[in-house]
Design a protein around this ligand. Sequence first.
Ligand SMILES: [Zn+2]
Ligand SMILES: [Zn+2]
Length: 340
Amino acid sequence: MKAIVLKAFGGPEQLQVEEVPTPQPGAGEVLVKVHAAGVCHHDLLHRAGQLPGAHTGVVLGHEVAGEVVQVGAGVLQLRVGARVVIYQRRFCGQCRDCLRGRQDLCRALGLPSVDTEGAYAEYLRVPAISAVELPDGLDYTLAALASCPIATSVRALYGEAALKPGETVLINGASGGLGAHQIQLARALGARVIAVTGSAQKSEFLKSLGAHEVIVSHQGYSAEVWRLTGKRGVDVAMDNLGHTLEDTLRSMTLGGRVVVLGNVQPGNVAVSPGLLIGRRLKVQGSGSATLEELRVALALIHSGQVRPLIDRILPFPQVAEAHALLESRQVSGRIVLSGW
Ligand SMILES: [Zn+2]
Ligand SMILES: [Zn+2]
């Protein structure tokens, strides 16, 4: 089969199409013909050698939708021809966390692209428990986004923050892959959305996704949040950037819930214990999602309540161009690879 192999850490030119042996599914595994693979910022970091423990000589890609073409021994739930999306990281299905439905906490294995084969290939071999069947008629390119950007936001907004109808939610980094889907998820639930972006040109786009108010901010946004909420503050915040946490904390109402999802400028931030105590704030981190949250993401896409944001679809051999475009930030939404 054809696969795109990472030859060495470096620029997009290190991604090269090669002929490699087609994997054979073992017991409990299925072979999936890849119809669509999303290109994630995580892939860029891996390629550039910025992920601890990452390897070269591997095939990247963890945002994948495709068709089951071969089934290994002992697979009961999937048949050849099933249309599936793959959960974004490997999990064992046997540990205490997996068995209580928290596959996102499983320590057994890693991202497919970190320690084994990934989705930038014609075929992908995965454990059958990682494959979730698509609702009828759902397009492969849309489904490819369900796992990483959308289910991750389902976990953060619905799972960790437990956002409720009528509450107000602050979403920063709002035009990014997480933020733009969070706006739609919050609207689907009946919440009021205040979106924060660094770019005035993105304002209309964010409103078209469902943001009630958009703050264009370079210097901070808490004063504007205070004004928009009648000096009450927001109930929930999605901090998709990380270095902005201090300003986010100042934007919260009493008892507010803050979820940190991003670490765009790695480093430390100042946190006032007095503010945490005085406002009774809850601050937590979040990342990836459970298998059940992937199902929720697929259902929301299928019902039209969340529209996966795709900038463009490119054939697999143009993967280097996809990486370069994403790096130059000339895209809004995901680039999805499809076809050879
Ligand atoms: Zn991803
Ligand atoms: Zn496990």
